[in-house]
Write a protein that binds this ligand. Structure first.
Ligand code: KIV
Length: 261
C-alpha cells in the first residue's frame, strides 16, 4: 500500500518511526523506494548535491519540477514530497498556490514542503491545505535563510526555542501534516514532538522526533562537505573514484575490453 499523509499520522500515534530521505533522480528514487523508505523528499538541497550550486537559493521551480518528475517515475510506495524553492511561495499565498499547484499537477507528487512558520507562512499553509494541497512544514535551521542564519544550530536560547515551538504549533494549526525540525537542540525537538499531534521529522534534532530525514548524498558519502550531525553509511565517493580509476587504467593498458566478440 502506498504511503499517505494519514498513514504518517497513524504511525506517530503507534510510535512507529518514519524514515525519510531525499532523492533527485529516477535511479536514486527507485533504490530508496524499493529499500522501504516511507517519505521521499525532492529537497531543494538538490541545488547543492546535484547541480553544484553554493546554496539552495538559486534553484528554480522549473528545475525542481524537472527533478521531481524523474523521482516520481521511480516511486511506487513512498510518499513523494517536493520542496518549494526560495521565493516561489514567500511573496503571497497566490504565488504559493501557483507553485504548489504546478508541483502536484505536473509531477504527480503528493505534497509540498516549505520553510518557516511565521504568521504569513502559516496563512499560506492554511490556504494551500484548504485547496487540497498537503503541506510539510520546516522550522529551525531553514537553509533558504542561510544569509540570515548561517548553518548554525537554531533555538539555543529560551526565547529562540519558544519561537520555533510556536512556529511548529502554528503550522499544525494551519493544517500541515508534519513538520521537519532541522538542527535544533534535542530537548526542544522532544518537547515539540510531545506537544504536536502531527509527526515531527528530525535532521540534526536528536533522537526524540517521530522520524528522521537525511540528504541521501550525505548518507551515501557522495557529498564533498556535510553537516556534523550526518552519518554516512558508506563512502561512495571513494568507491566510485576507485572504480573509475580502475576503468581508466584498464582502458589505457589495453586490458578492457578483452578478446573479440
Ligand atoms: O532540501 C532538503 O534536502 C531538506 C532536508 C534537509 C530536510 O530540506
Amino acid at each position: 500500500m502506498a504511503v499517505t499523509t494519514q498513514q504518517l499520522m497513524q504511525w506517530k500515534q503507534q510510535g512507529r518511526k518514519i524514515v525519510a530521505l531525499t532523492a533527485w533522480d529516477w535511479t536514486i528514487a527507485q533504490l530508496l523506494d524499493s529499500a522501504g523508505v516511507d517519505v521521499i523528499l525532492v529537497g531543494d538541497s538538490l541545488a547543492m548535491v546535484a547541480l553544484g550550486m553554493e546554496t539552495t537559493l538559486p534553484v528554480t521551480v522549473e528545475e525542481m519540477l524537472h527533478h521531481a518528475k524523474a523521482v516520481r517515475r521511480g516511486v511506487k510506495q513512498a510518499l513523494v514530497v517536493v520542496d518549494l524553492p526560495f521565493l516561489s511561495y514567500q511573496e503571497s499565498p497566490q504565488q504559493a498556490m501557483r507553485s504548489a499547484g504546478r508541483v502536484l499537477k505536473e509531477t504527480g507528487a503528493m505534497a509540498v514542503k516549505l520553510e518557516g512558520g511565521y504568521p504569513a507562512i502559516a496563512e499560506t499553509v492554511y490556504r494551500l491545505v484548504r485547496a487540497g494541497i498537503p503541506v510539510l512544514g520546516h522550522v529551525g535551521l531553514t537553509p533558504q535563510s542561510v544569509h540570515l542564519l548561517g548553518y548554525r544550530q537554531q533555538g539555543k536560547t529560551k526565547e529562540a526555542g519558544e519561537r520555533i515551538f510556536a512556529e511548529a504549533e502554528a503550522l499544525q494549526d494551519a493544517g500541515a501534516f508534519g513538520v521537519v525540525l532541522e538542527h535544533i537542540p534535542a530537548d526542544l525537538a522532544r518537547r515539540i514532538t510531545e506537544k504536536l499531534a502531527i509527526p515531527t521529522i528530525g535532521i540534526g534534532a536528536g533522537p526524540h522526533c517521530d522520524g528522521q530525514v537525511l540528504v541521501t548524498a550525505d548518507l551515501l558519502g557522495l557529498s564533498e562537505r556535510k553537516p556534523p550531525f550526518v552519518k554516512s553509511y558508506v563512502n561512495l565517493r571513494e568507491t566510485i573514484g576507485q572504480a573509475v580509476r580502475e576503468f581508466c587504467s584498464e582502458v589505457r593498458e589495453g586490458e578492457f575490453p578483452q578478446g573479440s566478440e
